[in-house]
Design a protein around this ligand. Structure first.
Ligand code: SF4
Length: 350
């Protein structure tokens, strides 16, 4: 079976991608890139949530010019998303981006491709070829009878060949489809043939709720086969949600070296506190905690203590109160409205 470690490795800014590097989390801003303050603010929020690489759209020269200042003000690698206009790619590279996303088959004649490749080589930055079901060339749609996984893979291969013919190998590929099953198949097909690092995602996956589920199934299935080096969850909503979901996918598969695992019960007739709100508050407060811990948030004094004792930290709630646990031992009983604060304090001080 394909193993992600078998891919080539290179840097996107200070983040390693491919080979034995951890799977990294990406997101994309939804501000107007030319609005530097709004874009930097959003990138700061994304960074705080755990985003490791950020992509911004570059639809015009004003946006490409804004990249210089954006790059100066942010801490994580910056990727410029370019469609069609090679001049935007050149300006973005000049302004210090760490990677560009561009399909070389879409930017026109060979001289333009050469110019972009030359600039990317000089700065030693990778190019991501981003193919999706909507970008497949007409001949391939006819050959495969639609945007099938095979069509998407062959489309990516066309773009790869253009870069390789220009002596460029610093390539990342994504093969995003809105259909989850096809997405999984496309990544599998591609990884059987290539050692190119893969950026994994399900495109246009939907609103926060639906999209998170589709992404968890799609990205999770691909990653669990040993495929994929960096991921982006696409959601219609605040991109910070994308990062939270992406990190959760990685944690679930034990692909994230640090993090908090929250265990909470589904609640039942025995629950006498507002457990969903407690669990959510605790999860949110610990979303950027870098300790490797399991925290149990349990709804009753019958089955709760067992799980809370098993975890590193836990609470088993009673009637309007909760019993706190640390490393298997009872610590103290606190009122319902003190549970979150006391549990967090206990974790912080440990
Ligand atoms: S831990 Fe208690 S409250 Fe939660 S589901 Fe189990 S029995 Fe119900």
């Amino acid at each position: 079976m394909f193993k992600r470690e078998n891919t080539r490795q290179f840097n996107i800014g200070n983040v390693k991608i491919g080979g034995s590097a951890p799977v990294s989390v990406q997101s994309m801003t939804n501000t107007k890139t030319a609005d530097i303050n709004a874009t930097v603010n959003q990138i700061e929020r994304l960074t705080e949530a755990g985003c490791e690489i950020v992509r911004v759209t570059v639809p015009d020269m004003q946006s490409a010019e804004a990249l210089k200042e954006i790059k100066r003000r942010i801490k994580i690698p910056l990727v410029a998303d370019i469609h069609f206009d090679y001049r935007l790619a050149l300006e973005s590279i000049k302004n210090g981006v760490d990677k560009i996303r561009l399909n070389p088959g879409n930017i026109g004649d060979a001289e333009r491709v050469k110019a972009v490749v030359k600039a990317a080589k000089e700065r030693n930055i990778p190019i991501r070829i981003g193919v999706n079901s909507g970008s497949v060339e007409r001949e391939l749609l006819e050959k495969y009878d639609g945007p099938t996984p095979g069509a998407v893979v062959e489309s990516a291969e066309r773009h790869i060949k253009i870069l390789q013919d220009n002596g460029f190998e610093n390539i990342v590929v994504s093969l995003k489809m809105s259909d989850v099953v096809n997405t999984i198949e496309a990544y599998r097909l591609f990884s059987e043939k290539w050692d190119i690092p893969l950026h994994v995602g399900v495109t246009e996956s939907g609103t926060v709720k639906t999209g998170s589920i589709k992404s968890a199934v799609g990205i999770g299935s691909v990653l669990s086969q040993g495929i994929g080096n960096t991921i982006r969850v696409s959601l219609t909503g605040d991109p910070v949600e994308e990062v939270i979901v992406a990190r959760q996918i990685l944690k679930s598969l034990k692909l994230m070296p640090v993090g908090v695992n929250i265990v909470s019960c589904p609640t039942c007739g025995r629950t006498n506190v507002d457990l969903p709100s407690l669990a959510e508050k605790i999860e949110k407060a610990l979303s950027t905690c870098e300790k490797n811990i399991t925290v149990a948030v349990m709804g009753c004094a019958v089955n709760g203590p067992g799980e809370a004792r098993e975890a590193d930290y836990g609470v088993a709630c009673g009637k309007g109160d909760g019993l706190l646990f640390k490393k298997g031992k009872t610590v103290k009983k606190v009122k319902e409205n003190e549970i979150v604060r006391e549990l967090l304090l206990m974790i912080d001080n440990d």
